[in-house]
Every structure is written in structure tokens, then in C-alpha cells.
Design a protein around this ligand. Structure first.
Ligand code: NCD
Length: 308
């Protein structure tokens, strides 16, 4: 695999790199399921989880992935760090360099923060979500989940529904899915859709009935109110009526369409519990499992390219 120094976004990958990462992750799924979870490819390496935004799922997933490969894992969250005392991102970078960290996982509410750190630290930087920009490991784990169930990650029709405008998950998924030759439909009210996508293979819809027609995968997204400058939806109840994924709306998609959600879910707003908890249709729990395997593949790949 061509040497990959950092993982800042799907924008920096190509179809071969994506396929190699998914194949490696697939082998980790099998190993994790076999119960042989301890390996030592990252023995002696230090991974720092630097989270400037709250996270349960993503931070735990990176922590588990690092530990399963034998790395020393340290979690730094904003509330315990000197950032709240006014330290700049670049001072933080200097501190991290002095600690000789090998892998730095960063989540930040500003788009571009991981890229800025990557210029200043000696560690390999992994973007774990930056503002409304990208969340590359989420798109990779979503792709792995789709590939396992549909047997391929090309030629699929994937509908992404809800708050697309504020979603780094949607952005990374759009980039990955179109790069691999899938068709993406974005469905939501005009206030929650980006003005100009300009990417081949992406279509915009304002009606679930029209947008879901022929979809193989339906992905629901949370209303990311913390990123909205003003109320962009009249009410959660009204949103659910028009865009909330329930059994009635899911019937517009293909009969074997599967449902995904990156979490955290707001039940009764963007997704109905009846669908979210239906193991025959919902891949939501499996997405979490795939998250650990994909992050192991990413950490392993970056650590090996730093040796090269
Ligand atoms: C997403 C995120 O943080 O962007 N969550 C996640 O990583 N699982 C989606 C969200 O916050 O809605």
C-alpha cells in the first residue's frame, strides 16, 4: 500500500487504499470474533486520544483498537487539559511532540484542526471528526458494514437522510461512496441540505418517498443542533413526520434495504425505535463492531508506514 502518513479525510485516499484498509479490517473482524483479541503489532507505541469534543463511541472504539494491537493508550479530554486554560493548539502540539507520541487521534469542533496539528507534530494524526468537515473512520466502517451485507461496495444506491449540512459523517460518506462508484441520494429539508454539492453521482431530494426509491441502504442522521446557528427545523415532531425513518417510509426503499445510523440516535426524531431495533433491517449495532476493526486497520497501516 502506498505510504499513508496521516488519515485526515477520505479526500486523501484512493480506491486501492480504501479497499486495502477494508480488507485488513475484515481480517480483524474475524480475529476479534474468534476471541483472540490481543496482538502486538503496536507494542511499544503510544497512542494519544485527544478529544476536544465529547464522544463515547468513537473514543472508546479507538482506545479498544489501540489496546488490542498492544499500544499504550492515553486519553486526554479537554476538561482535564490545559486547553481550557487558554493554551493554543500549537502549544498542545509542542507538548505532544515532547511526549514522543506515535499516533494521535484528534476530535475537534473546528474543521481543519487535525490538519493543522499534523503539520506540527511528529506523530501520525488520525481525524476522529473535525467540525462539519470529515470523519473518515466513520465512512470506512460504514463501507465495511455495507460491503459485508451487500457483497460489494460499488454500484449501490445509498440514501443519506436528515441533517446533511452539519454532518461530517455525511461528507466523508459522500466522498468515499462516490469514489468507489456508488450512487448517493441526499434527502432532507432545504435548510439542512448543502447548497451546492457538485459531485457526480450525488442527487438531492426533499421527499423521502422520492429519494428512497430503489435505495439499497438508508442512513439516518441526527439533527446536530450544536452546530446550527439558529433553529433550522420547526420542531422535532414535525421533522419526524416528514423525514423520520419509520417502517412506512422504509417501504419506499428496496424490499431488502438495510438501515444504518452513526449514533448517537435520537429515537422518535430521525429514526423510529421499531426500525432501529429490528435486527433483520438495522445494521446499527454491527456498525459499532466494525468501528473497532476499521480503527485497528487504520492504526496498524499508519504505524507501518511510519516505519517505512
Ligand atoms: C458522529 C459525529 O460525531 O460526527 N458520531 C459518531 O462519531 N459516531 C455523528 C453525530 O454526532 O451525530
Amino acid at each position: 500500500m502506498a505510504s499513508l502518513k496521516h488519515l485526515l479525510g477520505i479526500g486523501g485516499l484512493n480506491p486501492v487504499t480504501v479497499t486495502n484498509l477494508l480488507d485488513l479490517a475484515e481480517s480483524y473482524v474475524l480475529l476479534n470474533r474468534s476471541g483472540k483479541t490481543q496482538r502486538d503489532s503496536l507494542r511499544g507505541r503510544t497512542l494519544i486520544n485527544l478529544f476536544f469534543e465529547d464522544s463515547t463511541r468513537t473514543r472508546t472504539s479507538f482506545e479498544l483498537a489501540g489496546r488490542r494491537l498492544g499500544a499504550d493508550v492515553v486519553n486526554m479530554s479537554v476538561s482535564t487539559s490545559s486547553v481550557t486554560k487558554g493554551e493554543t493548539l500549537l502549544d498542545t502540539a509542542a507538548t505532544l511532540n515532547a511526549m514522543n507520541c506515535d499516533l494521535l487521534v484528534v476530535r475537534h469542533n473546528r474543521s481543519g484542526a487535525p490538519a493543522l496539528l499534523a503539520e506540527k507534530v511528529s506523530a501520525a494524526v488520525i481525524n476522529a471528526g473535525d467540525g462539519t468537515h470529515e470523519h473518515p473512520t466513520q465512512a470506512l466502517l460504514d463501507a465495511l458494514t455495507m460491503r459485508r451485507h451487500k457483497g460489494r461496495i460499488s454500484g449501490l444506491t445509498v440514501a443519506i437522510c436528515g441533517d446533511i449540512a452539519h454532518s461530517r459523517v455525511a461528507r466523508s460518506n459522500i466522498l468515499l461512496l462516490t469514489m468507489m462508484g456508488n450512487f448517493v441520494r441526499l434527502i432532507g429539508p432545504p435548510t439542512l441540505l448543502p447548497g451546492n454539492i457538485g459531485i457526480n453521482g450525488v442527487e438531492i431530494f426533499h421527499s423521502m418517498e422520492e429519494g428512497l426509491k430503489g435505495a439499497d441502504i438508508v442512513m439516518a442522521l441526527r439533527l446536530q443542533k450544536e452546530r446550527m446557528s439558529s433553529g433550522l427545523v420547526p420542531s422535532s415532531r414535525e421533522f419526524f413526520t416528514y423525514y423520520g425513518l419509520d417502517r412506512r417510509k422504509l417501504a419506499y426503499a428496496k424490499p431488502d434495504a438495510l438501515v444504518m445510523h452513526p449514533g448517537p440516535m435520537n429515537r422518535g426524531v430521525e429514526i423510529d425505535s421499531d426500525i432501529a431495533d429490528d435486527d433483520a433491517r438495522s445494521l446499527i449495532k454491527e456498525q459499532v463492531e466494525m468501528g473497532v476493526a476499521v480503527r485497528m486497520a487504520v492504526l496498524d497501516t499508519l504505524a507501518r508506514s511510519s516505519e517505512a
